[in-house]
Design a protein around this ligand. Structure first.
Ligand code: PLP
Length: 398
């Protein structure tokens, strides 16, 4: 199963193959394995940027705000099926770190108590949660995690006792470990805590069922697997029954129940707009929505199926080629416990990753101390791309 002909045969029968043509790929020789950091641009997003700039900005001018004000909520509705959410439960707004700050603060203001997270969480999340905990005067509990196994749900459940909030990444940014959202959410609820999921590394790569898990809150990026564009607005999710009772800390006019009344007093909107703040970045939003549309159209079931096949090929080639060269697997072996990328570890990982890009046209990324992350985004990565990327990696490291 590790030969090039088999990889080519899988491309020939790949039902998502035609999606590659929907992306702008100016340099066909470049093997791009970093879609979990910045997705490639859909052709339609580039066209939409031009169209929005000319027709809506240049021609429409300020009149375009009549429909632009609806875009954060409309973008949330477009995204909702990929989150397992209902219309009205998500919005495209601000950055992930800012949304995390808003929702974590809202949660601990609603019910005071410790915040629980794990050591595998993204550094920005850890900084934000630490700051929220310090300002609220509550404890931050950090549960230990391992790259290969993720974070044991029973340890999380024990830490959640008496806590107000459990906040975790669904897929760990370094190892790709996939948390059991249903089990952890249920255990946290039994312990009396709300749950806030960071979906940055799972949305567009892994099926998500926020409603089915009865998750309370979520945030995430659109510029990774959703191909929304550099700095594209992030999203937030607040379960509908919680929207009227949670108060987020940044009260701006876009969160007002009647923003154009220009009232002197803040009155929070009763719906998802309550969690937005100020003027949205319209051009970025327009591009992000096209990115989301491509993933929604392909369907997360088909995306996940191909993603697993691609990461399984990486693991097979790792076993055959890289393990004998002194690499270690930095991700869970079981594909059911892994997101859309695979980390391979090597003491010279930083240098190998740099040379792979500079000398061999393979873009991966490095996360210290020793992890090279390989992310074959399913919508535009071929099996032969993975094969060649791994082949160049082994030749470089031999
Ligand atoms: C990429 C990522 C972020 C990025 O946050 P921004 O505020 O959008 O820069 C946050 N959290 C996680 C888990 C991520 O993977």
């Amino acid at each position: 199963m590790t030969d090039l002909a088999t990889a080519a045969a899988r491309d020939a029968s790949d039902r998502l193959a035609r999606y590659r043509d929907l992306f702008a790929i100016p340099d066909a020789g470049l093997l791009y394995m970093d879609g979990n950091s910045l997705g490639r641009p859909p052709v339609r997003s580039l066209e939409r940027l031009t169209e929005a700039a000319h027709e809506e900005w240049a021609d429409g001018l300020v009149r375009s705000w009549a429909h632009w004000v609806e875009l954060p909520a409309a973008g949330g509705d477009l995204l909702a099926p990929l989150l397992g959410a209902q219309p009205g439960e998500a919005a495209l707004t601000d950055q992930t770190s800012i949304n995390l700050y808003k929702l974590a603060t809202a949660a601990v203001s609603h019910r005071a108590g410790p915040i629980v997270t794990d050591s595998a969480n993204f550094p920005s999340d850890l900084y934000v949660l630490r700051a929220v905990a310090e300002r609220a005067g509550v404890e931050l509990r950090i549960v230990d995690s391992t790259p290969e196994m993720g974070t044991p749900p029973d340890r999380l459940a024990a830490a959640a006792e008496g806590a107000a909030l459990v906040s975790l990444s669904h897929v760990a940014y370094k190892s790709g470990a996939l948390a059991d959202m249903a089990e952890i959410t249920a255990a946290s609820h039994r312990a009396g805590a709300m749950v806030l999921w960071d979906l940055s590394h799972s949305v567009g790569a892994v099926p998500i069922d926020l409603a089915g898990c009865e998750a309370d809150l979520a945030v995430g990026c659109t510029y990774k697997y959703l191909n929304g564009g550099p700095g594209a607005p992030a999203f937030l999710y607040v379960r509908s029954d919680l929207q009227p009772v949670l108060d987020q800390p940044i009260q701006g006019w876009f969160g007002h129940s009647d923003m154009f009344a220009f009232a002197g007093e803040f009155r929070a909107a009763p719906d998802i707009r309550r969690f937005t703040v100020g003027t949205p970045p319209i051009l970025s939003l327009a591009a992000a929505m096209e990115g989301i549309r491509v993933s929604a159209e392909a369907g997360i079931g088909a995306i996940r199926e191909k993603s697993i096949a691609l990461t399984e090929l990486i693991v097979d080639l790792f076993d055959a080629w890289l393990a004998p060269l002194g690499f270690a697997l930095g991700s869970p072996r079981d594909p059911r416990r892994r997101g859309g990328h695979v980390a391979v570890r090597h003491p010279d990982g930083r240098d190998i990753c740099r040379r792979l890009a500079e000398e061999h046209q393979v873009i991966t990324d490095f996360r210290g101390p020793d992890s090279i992350r390989i992310a074959p985004a399913a919508l535009y990565t071929r099996f032969v791309d993975v094969w060649h990327a791994m082949d160049r990696l082994r030749k470089l490291a031999a």
